[in-house]
Design a protein around this ligand. Sequence first.
Ligand SMILES: O=C(CO)[C@@H](O)[C@H](O)COP(=O)(O)O
Ligand SMILES: [Fe+2]
Length: 221
Amino acid sequence: MKNNKLIAPSILAADFANLQRDIEMINSSEADYFHIDIMDGVFVPNISFGMPVLKAITKHAKKTIDVHLMIVDPDRFIDTFAALGANILSVHYEACTHLHRTLQAIKAAGMKAGVAINPHTNVALLEDVIHDIDLVCMMSVNPGFGGQSFIENTYKKIAQLKEIIFNNNASTLIEIDGGVTDQNAEKLVKAGADVLVAGSFVFKSDDPKSTIKKLKEITNK
Ligand SMILES: O=C(CO)[C@@H](O)[C@H](O)COP(=O)(O)O
Ligand SMILES: [Fe+2]
């Protein structure tokens, strides 16, 4: 799994009036995950969509469901997201007082446990729970919106996190989320990224399926 770089189109940039069409496009593409952003208007200054929409997505989606929760007090909804079909559930480090307990609860509910970190959060804060984290969703923009510019400091953070994972003999995947394009994809995987989330770059392109294929080729050559 480590040598197969993964592409996760972000549904936030899909056409919600044609959601089933866009889901089928991802099903038939080389994408690996459906990346699904849930925002509550409190942890981030935006509201995306909630449980009924996630239920509709998981009904049709045929790939790994990667849910990125941008909500306060995510413990309230862990079992709900498991029941809705999430395979990976990422909570924000900044939203969890008892992160270790939250990670155990995600695993007990049958999902892989992810931790998302804001651009200002130092990766060293994850070291003591690195064995409990299946995936770190490293934000390369400030969470809340699609279509923002990639923050260059992310490369340094990937290298630092890679070292922590290596030094602890952990198998945590590094996912990069925000502003990913064909211009930075190769540099990101060379720095140590395993999964690239891409929203606007995929869905605003003329041919989203070909764009996913292109990202897959760039990252796996
Ligand atoms: O979590 C988020 C934003 O908060 C992301 O998953 C975005 O949806 C990525 O969109 P692009 O930056 O690729 O347009
Ligand atoms: Fe996301």
